[in-house]
Design a protein around this ligand. Structure first.
Ligand SMILES: [Zn+2]
Length: 395
């Protein structure tokens, strides 16, 4: 049998096992950095099918599955996400991403000996807020990787897109308590926070396109009859590049600074979650995945989405090696991300079909790169040229 058929059949004949993994994760959702049971589930499986595994890789709930042919060749990394969300469980479908990653890894492992190289299945936890991929990128996990791949489920088939750089900033305000009927003896941290909220809102009109600013009042005092000495705001500043996200953050800080002076209040800023970079697109990889999806009968494949929507820690990986995060449709467009309905789609018949097509698409993309070193060289050349231009965004 040819390598292509071996992989296609492997994924189809094993689909029940993969869907059991997906179902187990669906039943036991664990949020970012707490995915210990999920890590064990996936590591045990990879162990069983012949990968050399490491649990607690770089971060406590990260893992690595390694298969080295011992022969010269490229290093290919397939990424698994598996963190859930509070309230809606696997409402972002990361349980299916893990299923796709494992299925892809197992299929490629069947054939990679014919070509040489090294296969990694990388368990990258806490995508939603703590950025497992950011920690791993900083630790150099992707520096020797030739190509990193994954597919995210959703309401469309596609070959990925840009994502916004995200700078998460907390503002803390420190005033002076007083009896609310002797307010002149106090200084309201809440007033400074509210004025800051309004002023930052006004900034929105004066920023470049595709820049998003959104925040909440996290602390606003405890009692109506006490002038609050403490208040805080948590913000996301998102922009097409990290350097612009930081520029906008700086404008907000200047406004907060002036407002605090006016209210006799002091303030402090901090980075309260993990900053995410924008995603560098590799068009060559997108072309290959499009071709493979088409070959597999995947319909309505969206091209690279040039206007960034949300943010992802895949951005960090995309600054280290040629990276692709494709999309696979598992539900209708009426279902939005981060909902119970999306979680349900992961264990539906469409979820199963999505797992098959996505992992076959990735496996065939990897096969193409193994068979065709000149194409891999083109992918890497594009990375070098693009990331050279974008790298100053990275800090
Ligand atoms: Zn997601």
């Amino acid at each position: 049998m040819k390598a292509k058929e071996i992989m296609i059949q492997k994924i189809e004949s094993n689909i029940e096992t993969y869907m059991e993994l997906v179902q187990t994760m669906y039943n036991n959702p664990e949020i970012g950095n707490e995915e210990f049971e999920t890590m064990k589930l996936l590591v045990d499986y990879l162990d069983k099918v012949g990968f050399k595994t490491t649990s607690g890789y770089v971060v406590p709930t990260g893992f690595l599955g390694e298969y080295d042919t011992g022969k010269e060749g490229p290093t290919i990394a397939v990424m698994c996400e598996y963190d859930a969300l509070p309230e809606v469980g696997h409402g972002c479908g990361h349980n299916l991403i893990a299923g796709i990653g494992v299925a892809t890894g197992e299929a490629v492992k069947e054939i990679i000996d014919q070509f040489g190289g090294k296969l990694l299945v990388v368990g990258t936890p806490a995508e939603e807020n703590f950025g497992g991929k950011v920690s791993m990128s900083e630790a150099g996990v992707f520096d020797e990787v030739d190509v990193a791949l994954m597919v995210h489920p959703g309401s469309k088939n596609g070959v990925g897109g840009r994502s916004t750089a995200l700078n998460p900033i907390k503002f803390e305000f420190f005033g002076t308590n007083a009896h609310a009927c002797k307010p002149q003896q106090g200084a309201s941290a809440l007033d400074a926070a509210v004025m800051s909220y309004l002023q930052i809102n006004l900034l929105r009109q004066f920023v470049n396109q595709n820049t998003f600013i959104h925040g909440v009042i996290k602390d606003g005092g405890e009692a109506a009859n006490v002038i609050p000495a403490y208040a805080s705001l948590e913000y996301y500043f998102r922009a097409p590049t990290m350097s612009y996200a930081k520029e906008v953050t700086e404008k907000a800080i200047q406004a907060v600074d002036a407002i605090c002076k006016a209210n006799n209040v002091t303030y402090k800023t901090s980075t309260y979650e993990c900053p995410y970079e924008d995603t560098v697109i590799n068009y060559k990889l997108a072309d290959i995945l499009t071709e493979k999806y088409t070959e597999l009968g995947v319909e309505n494949i969206y091209p690279v989405e040039e206007i960034a929507g949300g943010s992802t820690d895949v951005g960090a990986v995309s600054y280290r090696c040629p990276t692709i995060q494709g999309n696979i449709k598992i539900c209708g467009e009426e279902v939005s991300g981060h909902t119970v309905e999306m979680a349900q789609a992961t264990i539906s018949k469409d979820g199963e079909k999505g797992l098959i097509k996505a992992s076959q698409g990735l496996a065939l993309t990897i096969l193409e790169l193994l068979e065709n070193p000149a194409l891999l060289a083109e992918v890497k050349q594009e990375f070098k040229e693009t990331v050279g231009k974008n790298y100053d965004n990275f800090t």
